[in-house]
Design a protein around this ligand. Structure first.
Ligand code: IPM
Ligand code: MN
Length: 378
């Protein structure tokens, strides 16, 4: 527990990032009213637009602040035309760079559907899935697989002939992500919505790929030896995409290698109402970074229309992680208050942005949640 408060380094980043972060900080300020808030927020510039203006993705002081902070929040990175000399996305330092540099090996993506949230499928806005059936967490390995720098091009006479990405699956990387997933299943108060069973599903392509075979073997060995009370469940990634949509209630915690995890988490976001509700925690042994995962959405930037709920849910993840790491009940209490305010606002259907078929602005959605926090305090 830190009496002086936890240092939170915030990078609003590109496009709609600053708009959703502005609302996130408004909501955090509402939580902190009526007492010294147990956090200190400092904002830093950085990202692709910053790179276009300054020729650097961020300043050395900002990077140092991220490294020394108790928690990091990133809005979004990426901007059309903002590319590093080697062709990489400018702004990657704030997301992929932090994942690598701070060894944030677990990407934790909750997928929970709140009452009052609609799904946009085939153009319409309908409540397709039952909120009681969608409450799972996907744990994605975040440092290896096809995301390692073991890649390159073979050029002949200045022309690319071959491009290669190498898929790296290590014992260390797999053991720690599998333990993380089982620990999460143990710590979560509830099992799968369908039957209450605490279950971890290993999502892979072990019927074809050697790395996936090793991933699954490791999952089995660690699960059997260290977590005998948690059910072990298996899905090939292709079949998983069908089952997840048909029977989301079967799932509690799912664990996957990096690239497959990237794909299935966006699919899962549809079940929770879309990317506007998808938050992610990038967690390591010593550091963590929290983000809404929708990206910078250049076409919506500056219009005050995107959905800020993913940012609120990312902040909830941050408060819970800080609470657990520092054994600090104050933060757990604030996370509960935030989630309750989010749930009440969504249920009231008073803060629906365009992606929900509504006309609320980003700012209005933030105001509604801040009001819900204050009402509960009153
Ligand atoms: C995500 C994103 C990132 C990824 C991009 C922005 C590099 O899609 O966090 O899921 O591929 O991991
Ligand atoms: Mn992704």
């Amino acid at each position: 527990m830190k009496d002086a408060g936890y240092a939170v380094a915030v990078f609003a980043g590109d496009g709609t990032g600053p708009e959703v972060i502005r609302e996130g900080l408004k909501v955090l300020a509402a939580l902190g009213e009526g007492g010294p808030a147990p956090w200190r927020v400092t904002e830093y510039p950085g990202g692709g637009q910053y790179y276009l203006a300054r020729g650097r993705e961020w300043e050395p002081e900002a990077e140092a602040a991220a490294r020394s902070a108790d928690a990091i929040v990133v809005g979004a990175v990426g901007w059309p035309g903002a590319t590093l000399p080697n062709g990489d996305l400018a702004g990657r330092a704030l997301v992929l760079g932090l994942r690598e540099g701070l060894d944030l090996f677990a990407n934790v993506r909750p997928c929970k559907l709140y009452p009052g949230v609609t799904h946009r499928i085939s153009g319409g806005f309908r409540e397709v899935w039952e909120p009681k059936n969608v409450d799972l967490v996907i744990v994605r390995e975040n440092t290896e697989d096809m995301y390692t720098p073991a890649r390159g091009r073979l050029r002949r006479g200045g022309q690319t002939e071959v491009a290669i990405d190498t898929r790296v699956i290590t014992r260390k990387g797999t053991e720690r992500i599998v333990r993380f997933a089982f620990d999460l299943a143990r710590a979560r108060g509830r099992g799968a919505p369908a039957d209450g069973v605490r279950r971890v599903t290993c999502v892979d392509k072990s019927n074809v790929l050697e790395g996936c075979r090793f991933f699954r073997e490791t999952f089995d060995r660690i699960g059997a030896a260290e977590y005998p009370e948690i059910e072990r469940d298996y899905a090939y990634v292709d079949a998983f995409t069908q089952w997840l949509v048909r029977n989301p209630e079967h799932y509690n915690v799912a664990v996957a290698p990096n690239m497959m995890g990237d794909i299935i988490t966006d699919l899962a976001a549809v079940l929770q109402g879309g990317m506007g509700f998808a938050s992610g925690a990038n967690v390591g042994a010593e550091h963590a970074m929290f983000e809404p995962v929708h990206g910078s959405s250049p076409k919506h930037a500056g219009k005050d229309q995107v959905n800020p709920f993913a940012t609120f849910l990312a902040l909830e993840q941050m408060l819970r992680w800080l609470a657990a790491r520092h054994d600090d009940r104050r933060l757990g209490h604030q996370a509960d208050r935030l989630e309750a305010a989010v749930a009440r606002t969504l249920a009231s259907r008073s803060a629906r942005t365009y992606d929900q078929g509504g006309s609320a602005t980003t700012r209005e959605a933030g105001d509604r949640v801040a009001e819900a926090i204050r009402q509960e305090a009153a």
